[in-house]
Design a protein around this ligand. Structure first.
Ligand SMILES: [Zn+2]
Length: 293
């Protein structure tokens, strides 16, 4: 009798354990990238150590912590002569920090805009020189794309860039090895606003994207708000549609109780407390990547 009771208790305990684990895995399946990933112990180990947010080996930052209602805002593909100033003026009015992932050739064509971004206290990140898909290039070509963009920003501002984001977020091990060599951190994104559709050359779009209607400022706000979640890195583009949407977008995000932080500040709040200088002087002492826990 006693044995069967013990067995019954053990079975009940195992049953409850499995149910709790299954429920937890089910709850985070979207965030994990599917239920098949969220039920693996490896995922929960990554989650416990913060490696699903920032991977120090790959040097990829995926998102901020889940516990704070904070987001950061990033603008890719600029500086754009028709929208950058308007974006900067909105950010100044509303006291919102941002990170601009600039394209080297755009920097060479508009050096004053990059100077304005830096003078307003925003962060500047590397988005290659020509905005090409790096996954198709040789290692030497990848290096040149990243290095030439670095040099363009150095010429314009005298600053280096720690953050990097590959066009189309496409990267291979070759790209990661150059990121390592150049001492950079790759910044992923969580929320996209599809605000490149109808604003970038159509040869950069996939066939699926070509079927989408051109973006409007209303849609940019709607896409961002419906995907909002703590720790999200928001991907926007430096273009006129997004510049028009920005004041309303900022208000809508704040109305939902979220606060805007810089990428640098959100990285410091990670479990690994990653401390970086996003834009150290080009000829000053090398920055320190301090990661301690
Ligand atoms: Zn881009």
């Amino acid at each position: 009798m006693r044995v069967s009771k013990t067995v019954a208790f053990s079975l009940a305990a195992i049953g409850i354990g499995v149910a709790v684990y299954g429920l937890a895995a089910f709850r985070v399946r979207g965030e994990a990238g599917g239920l098949s990933k969220s039920i693996t112990p490896a995922y929960w180990m990554e989650r416990a150590t913060g490696r699903d947010l920032f991977d120090p080996d790959k040097r990829i930052w995926y998102k901020g912590v889940r516990e704070r209602k904070e987001v950061c805002i990033t603008f890719d593909d600029g500086p754009h002569p028709l929208s950058c100033k308007s974006i900067l003026s909105t950010l100044k009015d509303k006291k919102v920090p941002a990170t601009f992932f600039v394209v080297g050739k755009q920097v060479d064509a508009n050096p004053d805009l990059v100077k304005m971004i830096v003078a307003d206290g925003h962060e500047v990140g590397n988005h290659t020189y020509d905005h090409v898909r790096l996954s198709k290039l040789t290692r030497e070509q990848v290096y040149d794309q990243i290095n030439e963009c670095d040099l363009a920003v150095e010429r314009a501002t005298g600053l280096k860039m720690t953050f990097f984001r590959p066009p189309g977020m496409q990267y291979t091990d070759t790209v990661l090895s150059v990121v390592h060599q150049k001492d950079k951190i790759m910044v992923h994104w969580v929320i996209g606003a599809k605000d490149f559709i109808g604003t970038v050359p159509s040869d950069e779009l996939t066939s699926e994207q070509k079927k989408e209607a051109p973006i409007t400022p209303d849609k940019v706000v709607e896409y961002v708000v419906k995907q909002l979640r703590p720790g999200a890195i928001i991907l926007l583009h430096d273009n006129p549609v997004t510049a028009t949407a920005l004041p309303r977008l900022i208000d809508a995000v704040r109305q939902k109780g979220f606060e805007f932080k810089s990428c640098k500040d959100m990285m410091e709040e990670l479990p690994q407390h990653v401390k970086i200088d996003p834009n150290p002087p080009a000829h000053g002492p090398d920055r320190v990547l301090a990661s301690h826990n």
